[in-house]
Design a protein around this ligand. Sequence first.
Ligand code: AMP
Length: 401
Amino acid sequence: MKVLVINAGSSSLKYQLYDMTNETVLAKGLVERIGMDSSILTHKPTGKEEVTEVSEILEHTTAIRKVLEKLTDKEHGVLSSVDEIQAVGHRVVHGGETFKGSALVTPEVKAEIRRLFDLAPLHNPPAIMGINAAEVNMPGVPNVVAFDTAFHQTMEEKVYLYPIPKVLYKKHRIRRYGAHGTSHQYVSRVAAEFLNRPIEELKIITCHIGNGASLTAVKGGVSVDTSMGLTPLEGLMMGTRSGDLDPTVVTFVMNKEELSISEVNSMLNKHSGLLAISGSSSDMRDITDGWEAGKPNETLAFEMYEYRLRKYIGAYAAAMNGVDVIVFTAGVGENSAIVREKTCENLSYLGVELDKELNKVRSGEPRRISTPNSKVEVLVIPTNEELMIARDTLQIVQESK
Ligand code: AMP
């Protein structure tokens, strides 16, 4: 079965086409600047040359039509006909409390995603545009939605509630939902497979640290706590997001600086984190370069980032009464040996012992970076949210037949 995975943003659309008989990627690509003057489609068919096309793409329906044209193109295509696509999987950021797993798209499911616009005003509306665009371009082909929040729906009430008046939860569903669930679920499963141990026996801390960053405590295969909250702002210090802070900072700054709600939101989401402290970049490569060169602002940014990450690892070891495995994944987690080294250096009280040489090896494969003596297995596992979505899509479509 061929499954197309779509990740629709407000002005962008990423795609990957899978052949699920052997879980291989046939092609992937990206449409950028949808609705702007010149949109760019970058198409990478596996084993063939990448193509880039600039044209006017005003909305997602045209974007998907262009993608399908590329997928069936004589020269750059990988399919003889669009009919070969038997299902489409969509990434959706917020599934609220309704979705505890991926779901087949029905009018009711779409209505529920719309109802959740309030909780993810920037992210859920483009997901609906992506679903509609797939329905228009591929009538009769089933669509499946996979939610970033779903994996964390196993968190207990004592974990997901904020200690604020309960009426706010009842009226507005204000609670912790978490994010990156597809990634945390994927890498925790791969970790158990890699170690050849049943996931039910394991206490795993998954560190998804990329531009956005979150940690999850996975006990017995389910999420028991995660660092993101109502929105992906809570928790770790990130590239441009603040992570945890005293909520009074918000009202104090709004008052003193006369900032509006959208201005303060923008400050915390786009102008904080590594970018704010270094004053130069949100990219961990620049931060570690600056740290190595002895630049004071980058050094402080690096130290704060590592310190906050390590505190959360300690918190989740406490939450699970122990930890067997720590997994690093996503842009920083997979690529930054120095972030992993510095973080693990101060986890010796947990029995973590890093093999510094193994830590420096680069590969796109899951690997162990702890020593044989380490009480905690430390692994680097490349995340693959698209494959997880494709697997869910295949399973749900087959079950629905
Ligand atoms: P992601 O959101 O998972 O795509 O991660 C993107 C981020 O990963 C970038 O903004 C960088 O901060 C970080 N990153 C990518 N490559 C490296 C690297 N070689 N060393 C350190 N950080 C990296």
